[in-house]
Design a protein around this ligand. Structure first.
Ligand code: SF4
Length: 361
């Protein structure tokens, strides 16, 4: 089907043709480490074969401990870590799932870490040590632990993007495809993943059975251009999402982190224009709206990773929100939140009347 033949029902404006997909840039780690335990897993062996076929520089470690990851200072440690992929077994604690409201009922993990360089990265507060990307060789065991968490009588949702960007790694691992295939066989469960990457080709032919909601995370151009190093351009992410929608996946747009930058209405209006252009085809579409926030811990880590960042993290201009464990985060003031929220919800209601907004936070 060509672009011009696509029926549209979600836009009330004159449609522009959707952008032509270009070939996404793929991440190739400078070194890959395999632990002995990972190599005992059949999936670990498959990962080894894939990565050998890609001609990557592979080291088979003698011990299960990842060592020698530090450089001479924080900058070098960060740089080396972001160029390294480690294939390990997820620890047993990862087989005990944790809830993840409001995104999904449960979270599970196919990897921990991400090769991109977003200066507000959500992982900063939850990863310890050098930010090496760790891929899990015992993924089949992790997947087989999920059925116990399905709740009878309703669709139970499972989020797989809390500690990584799964699409960023897919060309190297095939792990996201494993998850999609698994969820394709589950009637009472839905997989949810989100990405700032665009290489969706491996997913298009999978038997997903509509049980995976594929989402991309997008932002206004100044935020994306200044703060999202190493990711795919927003236009490429949207082109990937369009292809996934055309392949029958339920899809979603996560606008995050929303920031009241200078001229924010104009910049986010332009983003909505891009969204309309890309998603002018029939699809099951949701939106998730996440305003920027930070914690004392994430601010400290981000300042060490990106000392020259222009990201605003001034506690004085923020409101404090506490969780039930006493931890605090800095969010925008009630007034700013109200203004942002009204803008986004109105834009979505007008431009995408069939879409559902799952939450604002
Ligand atoms: S893509 Fe997501 S996980 Fe990766 S660096 Fe950016 S915010 Fe962090």
């Amino acid at each position: 089907m060509t672009t011009l033949e696509l029926p549209m029902y979600q836009t009330q404006h004159r449609p522009l043709p959707a952008p032509t997909p270009s070939k996404p840039k793929l991440w190739h780690p400078k070194r890959v480490l395999f632990t002995p335990d990972a190599l005992e897993q059949p999936f670990g062996q498959r990962l080894l074969e894939r990565m050998q076929a890609l001609g990557l520089d592979i080291t088979l470690l003698k011990s299960n401990r990842l060592s020698g990851l530090r450089g001479k200072d924080e900058r070098e440690t960060y740089r080396l870590a972001k160029q390294t992929l480690a294939v390990v077994n997820a620890p047993p604690s990862m087989l005990q799932l944790q809830p993840i409201p409001p995104s999904a009922d449960w979270q599970f993990h196919l990897a921990k870490g991400c090769p991109a360089h977003c200066q507000y990265c959500y992982l900063a507060g939850s990863l310890s040590g050098p930010p090496v990307t760790r891929v899990y060789a015992n993924l089949p065991e992790i997947l087989s632990s999920l059925a116990a968490y399905e709740q009878p009588g309703r669709v139970t949702t499972f989020e797989v993007s809390c500690y990584t960007d799964p699409l960023a790694l897919e060309h190297l691992t095939g792990s996201l495809s494993e998850c999609v295939r698994y969820f394709g066989t589950r009637e009472g469960a839905q997989l949810r993943w989100v990405s700032k990457f665009a290489a969706v080709a491996p997913l298009l032919e999978l038997p997903h059975n509509g049980h995976t909601r594929a989402r991309v995370s997008v932002n206004a151009e100044p935020v994306s251009a200044r703060l999202e190093g190493g990711t795919a351009p927003v236009s490429a992410r949207l082109s990937g999402l369009r292809q996934l929608a055309a392949a029958g996946y339920p899809v979603g747009v996560v606008i995050a982190p929303i920031m009241p930058i200078e001229d924010w209405q104009a910049h986010y209006t332009a983003l909505f224009g891009q969204l309309e252009q890309s998603l002018n085809l029939p699809c099951d579409l949701t939106f998730e709206l996440i305003s920027h926030r930070f914690t004392p811990g994430s601010k400290e880590v981000l300042n060490s990773w990106y000392p020259n960042s222009s990201l605003e993290m001034d506690e004085a201009g923020r409101a404090v929100k506490r969780n039930k464990f006493g931890g605090l985060k800095y969010v925008y003031s009630k007034d700013v939140m109200g203004e942002l929220r009204a803008f986004f919800e109105t834009e979505i209601a007008v431009r995408f009347p069939q879409a559902r907004v799952l939450y604002w936070t």
